[in-house]
Design a protein around this ligand. Structure first.
Ligand SMILES: NC(=O)c1ccc[n+]([C@@H]2O[C@H](COP(=O)([O-])OP(=O)(O)OC[C@H]3O[C@@H](n4cnc5c(N)ncnc54)[C@H](O)[C@@H]3O)[C@@H](O)[C@H]2O)c1
Length: 396
Protein backbone atom coordinates (compact mmCIF):
# COMPACT_ATOMS: atom_id res chain seq x y z
CA UNK A 1 0.00 0.00 0.00
CA UNK A 2 1.43 3.35 -1.01
CA UNK A 3 1.32 6.03 1.64
CA UNK A 4 -0.08 9.47 0.85
CA UNK A 5 2.07 12.41 1.91
CA UNK A 6 0.69 15.95 2.07
CA UNK A 7 3.15 18.50 0.76
CA UNK A 8 3.51 22.28 0.71
CA UNK A 9 5.82 24.39 -1.43
CA UNK A 10 7.41 27.56 -0.05
CA UNK A 11 8.40 30.00 -2.80
CA UNK A 12 7.00 30.18 -6.31
CA UNK A 13 10.04 30.84 -8.50
CA UNK A 14 12.51 28.78 -10.48
CA UNK A 15 13.24 26.00 -8.01
CA UNK A 16 9.59 25.74 -6.92
CA UNK A 17 8.85 24.93 -10.55
CA UNK A 18 11.28 22.05 -10.93
CA UNK A 19 10.40 20.70 -7.47
CA UNK A 20 6.73 20.49 -8.47
CA UNK A 21 7.58 18.83 -11.79
CA UNK A 22 9.76 16.25 -10.04
CA UNK A 23 7.02 15.56 -7.47
CA UNK A 24 4.62 14.58 -10.26
CA UNK A 25 7.05 11.75 -11.11
CA UNK A 26 7.39 10.20 -7.65
CA UNK A 27 6.23 6.57 -7.78
CA UNK A 28 7.00 5.21 -4.30
CA UNK A 29 4.44 7.34 -2.48
CA UNK A 30 1.35 9.35 -3.38
CA UNK A 31 2.40 12.97 -3.17
CA UNK A 32 -0.54 15.28 -2.55
CA UNK A 33 0.74 18.81 -3.16
CA UNK A 34 -1.75 20.76 -1.06
CA UNK A 35 -0.55 24.27 -1.72
CA UNK A 36 2.06 26.97 -1.88
CA UNK A 37 3.08 29.89 0.30
CA UNK A 38 5.13 32.60 -1.37
CA UNK A 39 6.17 36.01 -0.13
CA UNK A 40 5.20 37.17 -3.60
CA UNK A 41 1.45 36.67 -3.13
CA UNK A 42 0.58 37.34 -6.78
CA UNK A 43 3.30 34.95 -7.96
CA UNK A 44 2.11 32.36 -5.44
CA UNK A 45 -1.50 32.72 -6.66
CA UNK A 46 -0.45 32.25 -10.30
CA UNK A 47 1.73 29.25 -9.38
CA UNK A 48 -1.16 27.71 -7.47
CA UNK A 49 -3.74 28.34 -10.17
CA UNK A 50 -1.71 26.79 -12.97
CA UNK A 51 -1.16 23.65 -10.88
CA UNK A 52 -4.59 23.30 -9.32
CA UNK A 53 -3.35 23.75 -5.77
CA UNK A 54 -4.17 26.27 -3.01
CA UNK A 55 -2.28 29.51 -2.33
CA UNK A 56 -1.77 30.08 1.40
CA UNK A 57 -1.41 33.49 3.01
CA UNK A 58 1.19 32.47 5.57
CA UNK A 59 3.78 29.82 6.26
CA UNK A 60 1.95 28.96 9.48
CA UNK A 61 -1.28 28.28 7.62
CA UNK A 62 0.54 26.02 5.15
CA UNK A 63 2.34 24.17 7.94
CA UNK A 64 -1.04 23.42 9.52
CA UNK A 65 -2.10 21.29 6.56
CA UNK A 66 0.96 19.39 5.37
CA UNK A 67 3.49 16.72 6.41
CA UNK A 68 6.37 18.14 4.34
CA UNK A 69 7.49 21.56 3.16
CA UNK A 70 9.85 22.33 0.30
CA UNK A 71 12.02 25.36 0.99
CA UNK A 72 12.39 26.90 -2.48
CA UNK A 73 13.27 30.40 -1.32
CA UNK A 74 16.46 32.49 -1.27
CA UNK A 75 19.28 31.17 0.95
CA UNK A 76 18.87 33.90 3.58
CA UNK A 77 15.42 32.47 4.41
CA UNK A 78 16.42 28.79 4.62
CA UNK A 79 17.16 28.70 8.35
CA UNK A 80 14.00 30.41 9.64
CA UNK A 81 11.68 28.49 7.31
CA UNK A 82 13.37 25.12 7.95
CA UNK A 83 13.38 25.64 11.71
CA UNK A 84 9.70 26.65 11.63
CA UNK A 85 8.91 23.41 9.80
CA UNK A 86 10.99 21.21 12.10
CA UNK A 87 9.44 22.85 15.17
CA UNK A 88 6.03 21.77 13.86
CA UNK A 89 7.42 18.21 13.42
CA UNK A 90 7.37 18.42 9.64
CA UNK A 91 9.81 17.02 7.14
CA UNK A 92 11.72 19.79 5.42
CA UNK A 93 13.16 19.50 1.91
CA UNK A 94 15.61 22.40 1.82
CA UNK A 95 17.26 23.75 -1.33
CA UNK A 96 20.98 24.43 -1.48
CA UNK A 97 22.94 25.99 0.09
CA UNK A 98 21.63 24.92 3.49
CA UNK A 99 22.35 28.29 5.08
CA UNK A 100 25.20 30.82 5.41
CA UNK A 101 26.21 34.31 6.44
CA UNK A 102 24.14 37.15 5.07
CA UNK A 103 25.96 40.31 6.03
CA UNK A 104 25.97 42.54 9.06
CA UNK A 105 22.73 44.31 8.21
CA UNK A 106 24.41 47.57 7.25
CA UNK A 107 23.21 49.14 3.99
CA UNK A 108 26.77 49.47 2.67
CA UNK A 109 27.71 45.84 3.42
CA UNK A 110 30.23 44.64 0.85
CA UNK A 111 31.40 41.01 0.71
CA UNK A 112 34.97 41.90 -0.30
CA UNK A 113 35.42 43.92 2.89
CA UNK A 114 33.56 41.46 5.15
CA UNK A 115 35.31 39.66 8.01
CA UNK A 116 35.37 36.09 6.64
CA UNK A 117 36.15 34.53 10.04
CA UNK A 118 33.01 36.17 11.41
CA UNK A 119 31.12 34.87 8.36
CA UNK A 120 32.36 31.33 9.08
CA UNK A 121 31.35 31.58 12.73
CA UNK A 122 27.88 32.93 11.90
CA UNK A 123 27.30 30.26 9.23
CA UNK A 124 28.28 27.45 11.60
CA UNK A 125 26.02 28.87 14.31
CA UNK A 126 23.16 28.86 11.82
CA UNK A 127 23.89 25.20 10.97
CA UNK A 128 23.95 24.34 14.70
CA UNK A 129 20.53 25.96 15.19
CA UNK A 130 19.06 23.88 12.35
CA UNK A 131 20.68 20.74 13.78
CA UNK A 132 19.25 21.50 17.24
CA UNK A 133 15.79 21.95 15.71
CA UNK A 134 16.07 18.64 13.86
CA UNK A 135 17.15 16.83 17.02
CA UNK A 136 14.00 17.94 18.84
CA UNK A 137 11.72 17.27 15.89
CA UNK A 138 9.72 14.26 14.76
CA UNK A 139 10.53 15.53 11.28
CA UNK A 140 13.79 15.59 9.43
CA UNK A 141 15.71 17.83 7.07
CA UNK A 142 16.33 16.42 3.60
CA UNK A 143 19.02 18.45 1.88
CA UNK A 144 18.12 19.01 -1.77
CA UNK A 145 21.58 18.63 -3.29
CA UNK A 146 20.60 17.15 -6.62
CA UNK A 147 24.20 16.27 -7.57
CA UNK A 148 24.09 13.52 -4.93
CA UNK A 149 21.19 11.96 -6.84
CA UNK A 150 22.44 12.56 -10.38
CA UNK A 151 22.49 9.11 -12.00
CA UNK A 152 26.22 9.35 -12.80
CA UNK A 153 27.07 10.11 -9.17
CA UNK A 154 24.83 7.29 -7.89
CA UNK A 155 26.50 4.90 -10.35
CA UNK A 156 29.86 5.93 -8.90
CA UNK A 157 28.45 5.21 -5.43
CA UNK A 158 27.65 1.67 -6.61
CA UNK A 159 31.18 1.23 -7.98
CA UNK A 160 32.74 2.39 -4.70
CA UNK A 161 30.50 0.17 -2.59
CA UNK A 162 31.07 -2.92 -4.74
CA UNK A 163 34.80 -2.54 -5.30
CA UNK A 164 35.95 -0.97 -2.03
CA UNK A 165 37.83 1.59 -4.12
CA UNK A 166 39.85 4.38 -2.57
CA UNK A 167 39.29 7.81 -4.10
CA UNK A 168 42.65 9.55 -4.46
CA UNK A 169 41.57 12.71 -6.25
CA UNK A 170 38.25 14.18 -7.28
CA UNK A 171 38.03 17.15 -9.55
CA UNK A 172 34.87 18.82 -10.68
CA UNK A 173 33.20 21.98 -11.78
CA UNK A 174 29.93 23.83 -12.06
CA UNK A 175 30.05 26.80 -14.39
CA UNK A 176 28.10 28.83 -16.91
CA UNK A 177 27.90 32.38 -18.20
CA UNK A 178 26.09 33.86 -15.21
CA UNK A 179 22.89 33.57 -13.19
CA UNK A 180 20.00 35.79 -14.24
CA UNK A 181 18.70 36.20 -10.68
CA UNK A 182 18.82 39.78 -9.36
CA UNK A 183 19.46 38.52 -5.79
CA UNK A 184 22.51 36.56 -6.96
CA UNK A 185 24.50 39.78 -7.46
CA UNK A 186 24.50 40.48 -3.71
CA UNK A 187 26.37 38.38 -1.16
CA UNK A 188 24.02 39.61 1.57
CA UNK A 189 21.15 37.75 -0.14
CA UNK A 190 22.97 34.58 -1.18
CA UNK A 191 25.68 34.09 1.45
CA UNK A 192 28.59 34.80 -0.90
CA UNK A 193 29.28 34.45 -4.58
CA UNK A 194 29.89 31.64 -7.03
CA UNK A 195 32.01 29.65 -4.57
CA UNK A 196 28.90 28.96 -2.50
CA UNK A 197 26.20 29.36 -5.15
CA UNK A 198 27.62 26.95 -7.70
CA UNK A 199 30.64 25.47 -5.91
CA UNK A 200 28.34 23.84 -3.36
CA UNK A 201 27.15 21.35 -6.02
CA UNK A 202 30.40 19.61 -7.07
CA UNK A 203 31.83 20.11 -3.58
CA UNK A 204 28.91 18.33 -1.92
CA UNK A 205 29.08 15.49 -4.46
CA UNK A 206 32.80 15.09 -3.62
CA UNK A 207 32.10 15.16 0.14
CA UNK A 208 29.33 12.62 -0.40
CA UNK A 209 31.50 10.18 -2.36
CA UNK A 210 34.26 10.28 0.27
CA UNK A 211 31.55 9.54 2.89
CA UNK A 212 30.35 6.60 0.79
CA UNK A 213 33.91 5.30 0.44
CA UNK A 214 34.53 5.51 4.19
CA UNK A 215 31.24 3.81 5.08
CA UNK A 216 31.76 1.04 2.52
CA UNK A 217 35.24 0.11 3.75
CA UNK A 218 35.42 1.13 7.41
CA UNK A 219 31.85 1.90 8.49
CA UNK A 220 32.50 5.60 9.01
CA UNK A 221 32.65 8.65 6.75
CA UNK A 222 35.88 10.23 5.49
CA UNK A 223 35.40 13.92 6.17
CA UNK A 224 37.01 17.14 4.88
CA UNK A 225 39.95 18.32 6.96
CA UNK A 226 41.55 21.36 5.34
CA UNK A 227 40.90 23.72 2.43
CA UNK A 228 42.84 26.24 0.35
CA UNK A 229 40.92 28.52 -1.97
CA UNK A 230 41.17 31.46 -4.31
CA UNK A 231 38.28 33.62 -5.45
CA UNK A 232 38.21 36.31 -8.12
CA UNK A 233 35.76 38.83 -9.52
CA UNK A 234 36.75 38.63 -13.18
CA UNK A 235 33.74 40.47 -14.62
CA UNK A 236 34.32 43.35 -12.20
CA UNK A 237 37.92 43.85 -13.32
CA UNK A 238 38.29 47.38 -14.74
CA UNK A 239 39.80 45.87 -17.87
CA UNK A 240 37.10 43.18 -18.43
CA UNK A 241 36.05 43.55 -22.06
CA UNK A 242 32.29 42.97 -22.04
CA UNK A 243 31.00 41.67 -25.37
CA UNK A 244 27.57 40.89 -23.96
CA UNK A 245 27.87 37.11 -23.63
CA UNK A 246 28.72 36.93 -19.93
CA UNK A 247 26.73 38.60 -17.15
CA UNK A 248 28.76 41.40 -15.62
CA UNK A 249 26.36 43.20 -13.28
CA UNK A 250 27.36 41.71 -9.93
CA UNK A 251 27.60 44.01 -6.93
CA UNK A 252 30.08 42.38 -4.56
CA UNK A 253 30.39 38.65 -5.35
CA UNK A 254 33.15 36.38 -6.60
CA UNK A 255 32.51 35.00 -10.10
CA UNK A 256 35.42 32.55 -10.13
CA UNK A 257 36.52 30.16 -7.38
CA UNK A 258 38.93 27.27 -6.92
CA UNK A 259 38.91 25.10 -3.79
CA UNK A 260 41.54 22.51 -2.91
CA UNK A 261 40.15 20.20 -0.21
CA UNK A 262 42.27 17.77 1.80
CA UNK A 263 40.32 14.97 3.44
CA UNK A 264 41.18 13.43 6.80
CA UNK A 265 42.81 10.47 5.01
CA UNK A 266 45.10 12.84 3.07
CA UNK A 267 43.33 12.41 -0.28
CA UNK A 268 42.21 15.47 -2.21
CA UNK A 269 39.53 17.22 -4.25
CA UNK A 270 39.76 20.26 -6.53
CA UNK A 271 36.53 22.10 -7.15
CA UNK A 272 36.01 24.91 -9.62
CA UNK A 273 32.97 27.14 -9.89
CA UNK A 274 32.53 30.13 -12.11
CA UNK A 275 30.24 32.45 -14.00
CA UNK A 276 32.64 33.11 -16.88
CA UNK A 277 32.26 30.01 -19.08
CA UNK A 278 30.50 30.13 -22.44
CA UNK A 279 28.91 27.22 -24.28
CA UNK A 280 26.12 26.30 -21.86
CA UNK A 281 26.23 24.84 -18.41
CA UNK A 282 29.38 22.89 -17.55
CA UNK A 283 28.74 20.42 -14.72
CA UNK A 284 31.11 17.49 -14.36
CA UNK A 285 32.92 15.45 -11.75
CA UNK A 286 35.88 13.15 -12.31
CA UNK A 287 36.88 10.50 -9.78
CA UNK A 288 40.42 9.12 -9.83
CA UNK A 289 40.46 6.06 -7.59
CA UNK A 290 43.07 3.42 -6.84
CA UNK A 291 41.12 0.83 -8.84
CA UNK A 292 39.04 2.78 -11.36
CA UNK A 293 38.43 6.18 -12.92
CA UNK A 294 34.99 7.68 -13.55
CA UNK A 295 34.02 10.78 -15.49
CA UNK A 296 30.53 11.93 -14.57
CA UNK A 297 29.26 14.29 -17.26
CA UNK A 298 26.16 15.66 -15.62
CA UNK A 299 25.51 18.45 -18.12
CA UNK A 300 26.34 18.65 -20.96
CA UNK A 301 26.64 15.04 -21.99
CA UNK A 302 26.36 13.22 -25.29
CA UNK A 303 23.14 11.30 -24.67
CA UNK A 304 21.89 13.31 -27.66
CA UNK A 305 23.56 15.71 -30.08
CA UNK A 306 21.78 17.91 -32.59
CA UNK A 307 22.88 19.89 -35.58
CA UNK A 308 20.69 22.87 -36.46
CA UNK A 309 21.62 24.86 -39.58
CA UNK A 310 19.30 27.82 -38.83
CA UNK A 311 18.87 29.38 -35.37
CA UNK A 312 15.16 30.11 -35.95
CA UNK A 313 14.38 26.41 -36.57
CA UNK A 314 14.73 25.68 -32.87
CA UNK A 315 12.98 28.79 -31.56
CA UNK A 316 10.40 26.69 -29.68
CA UNK A 317 12.81 23.88 -28.76
CA UNK A 318 14.52 23.78 -25.37
CA UNK A 319 18.07 22.58 -26.03
CA UNK A 320 20.22 22.65 -22.89
CA UNK A 321 20.66 25.00 -19.90
CA UNK A 322 22.31 28.37 -20.59
CA UNK A 323 23.32 27.59 -24.17
CA UNK A 324 24.11 30.84 -25.98
CA UNK A 325 22.99 29.76 -29.44
CA UNK A 326 20.89 26.90 -30.81
CA UNK A 327 22.57 27.02 -34.21
CA UNK A 328 25.16 24.41 -35.17
CA UNK A 329 26.00 21.37 -33.08
CA UNK A 330 24.61 21.17 -29.53
CA UNK A 331 24.51 18.62 -26.71
CA UNK A 332 20.74 18.81 -26.61
CA UNK A 333 19.48 17.15 -23.46
CA UNK A 334 16.54 14.83 -24.05
CA UNK A 335 15.67 14.85 -20.32
CA UNK A 336 17.76 17.42 -18.49
CA UNK A 337 16.04 17.15 -15.10
CA UNK A 338 16.70 13.40 -15.07
CA UNK A 339 20.43 13.73 -15.77
CA UNK A 340 20.58 16.49 -13.16
CA UNK A 341 19.11 14.21 -10.51
CA UNK A 342 15.93 16.15 -9.72
CA UNK A 343 13.61 13.21 -10.30
CA UNK A 344 15.73 10.67 -8.43
CA UNK A 345 16.17 13.12 -5.56
CA UNK A 346 12.42 13.48 -4.97
CA UNK A 347 11.80 9.74 -5.35
CA UNK A 348 14.45 9.03 -2.71
CA UNK A 349 13.22 11.78 -0.37
CA UNK A 350 9.64 10.51 -0.41
CA UNK A 351 10.79 6.96 0.28
CA UNK A 352 12.57 8.33 3.35
CA UNK A 353 9.56 10.39 4.40
CA UNK A 354 6.98 7.66 3.81
CA UNK A 355 8.85 4.52 4.78
CA UNK A 356 11.98 5.67 6.67
CA UNK A 357 14.41 4.53 3.99
CA UNK A 358 18.00 5.74 4.55
CA UNK A 359 18.72 9.31 3.48
CA UNK A 360 21.77 10.00 1.33
CA UNK A 361 21.74 13.81 1.38
CA UNK A 362 21.18 14.74 5.00
CA UNK A 363 21.91 17.58 7.38
CA UNK A 364 25.34 16.18 8.28
CA UNK A 365 26.46 16.30 4.64
CA UNK A 366 25.03 19.82 4.27
CA UNK A 367 26.84 20.88 7.46
CA UNK A 368 30.20 19.67 6.12
CA UNK A 369 29.54 21.56 2.88
CA UNK A 370 28.83 24.83 4.72
CA UNK A 371 31.87 24.38 7.00
CA UNK A 372 34.10 23.74 3.96
CA UNK A 373 32.67 26.65 1.95
CA UNK A 374 33.10 29.30 4.65
CA UNK A 375 36.54 27.95 5.61
CA UNK A 376 37.36 28.32 1.89
CA UNK A 377 36.29 31.96 2.01
CA UNK A 378 38.62 32.47 5.00
CA UNK A 379 41.41 30.88 2.96
CA UNK A 380 40.67 33.04 -0.09
CA UNK A 381 40.88 36.11 2.11
CA UNK A 382 44.38 34.92 3.05
CA UNK A 383 45.29 34.41 -0.65
CA UNK A 384 45.00 30.64 -0.52
CA UNK A 385 46.60 29.74 2.82
CA UNK A 386 45.44 26.34 4.10
CA UNK A 387 42.62 26.60 6.65
CA UNK A 388 41.56 23.77 8.97
CA UNK A 389 37.87 23.04 8.49
CA UNK A 390 36.04 23.83 11.71
CA UNK A 391 33.45 21.13 11.32
CA UNK A 392 30.12 21.03 13.13
CA UNK A 393 29.66 18.41 15.81
CA UNK A 394 28.16 15.36 14.05
CA UNK A 395 27.91 13.09 17.06
CA UNK A 396 24.12 13.52 17.36
N1 LIG B 1 19.37 22.70 -7.05
C1 LIG B 1 19.39 23.53 -8.07
O1 LIG B 1 19.77 23.16 -9.19
C2 LIG B 1 18.92 24.94 -7.89
C3 LIG B 1 18.68 25.75 -9.01
C4 LIG B 1 18.21 27.05 -8.79
C5 LIG B 1 18.01 27.53 -7.51
N2 LIG B 1 18.28 26.72 -6.45
C6 LIG B 1 18.11 27.20 -5.06
O2 LIG B 1 16.73 27.41 -4.83
C7 LIG B 1 16.54 28.50 -3.93
C8 LIG B 1 15.57 29.50 -4.55
O3 LIG B 1 16.12 29.94 -5.78
P1 LIG B 1 15.17 30.26 -7.02
O4 LIG B 1 16.05 30.26 -8.23
O5 LIG B 1 13.95 29.39 -6.99
O6 LIG B 1 14.75 31.77 -6.68
P2 LIG B 1 13.53 32.59 -7.26
O7 LIG B 1 13.86 34.02 -7.03
O8 LIG B 1 13.19 32.13 -8.64
O9 LIG B 1 12.30 32.18 -6.30
C9 LIG B 1 12.31 32.47 -4.93
C10 LIG B 1 10.88 32.48 -4.43
O10 LIG B 1 10.88 32.58 -3.01
C11 LIG B 1 9.89 33.55 -2.62
N3 LIG B 1 10.27 34.04 -1.29
C12 LIG B 1 11.30 34.87 -0.96
N4 LIG B 1 11.34 35.01 0.39
C13 LIG B 1 10.34 34.26 0.90
C14 LIG B 1 9.88 34.00 2.21
N5 LIG B 1 10.49 34.53 3.27
N6 LIG B 1 8.82 33.18 2.36
C15 LIG B 1 8.19 32.66 1.28
N7 LIG B 1 8.57 32.87 0.02
C16 LIG B 1 9.65 33.65 -0.17
C17 LIG B 1 9.92 34.57 -3.73
O11 LIG B 1 8.74 35.34 -3.73
C18 LIG B 1 10.06 33.66 -4.95
O12 LIG B 1 8.80 33.17 -5.33
C19 LIG B 1 17.93 29.08 -3.66
O13 LIG B 1 18.40 28.59 -2.43
C20 LIG B 1 18.76 28.54 -4.81
O14 LIG B 1 20.12 28.39 -4.45
C21 LIG B 1 18.70 25.44 -6.62
Amino acid sequence: MKKTIRTGIVGSGFSATFHFDALTRVHGANVDVVGVYSKDQAGGAAYAQSRGIRAFESLEALLGEVDVIHVCTPPVTHEPISVAGLERDKFVVCEKPLTGYFGDGSPDFHWERADKSAALKAALESVERIMAAEQKSQGRLLYAENWVYAPAVQKEREILEKTGGQILWIHGEEAHSGSHSVDYAYAARCGGGVLIGKGCHPLTAALYLKRVEGHARDGKPIRPHEVSARTHAITRLPNFRDEGHIRSTYYDIDDFSAMHVVFEDGTIADIFASDIVLGGIHNWLEVCANNHRAICNINPNTAMQTYNPVEANFKDVYVVEKIGTKQGWACTSPEEDWFTGYHQEMEAFYRTIAYGEPLESDLLLAADAIATIYSAYVSADRHGAAVAIAACDQSH
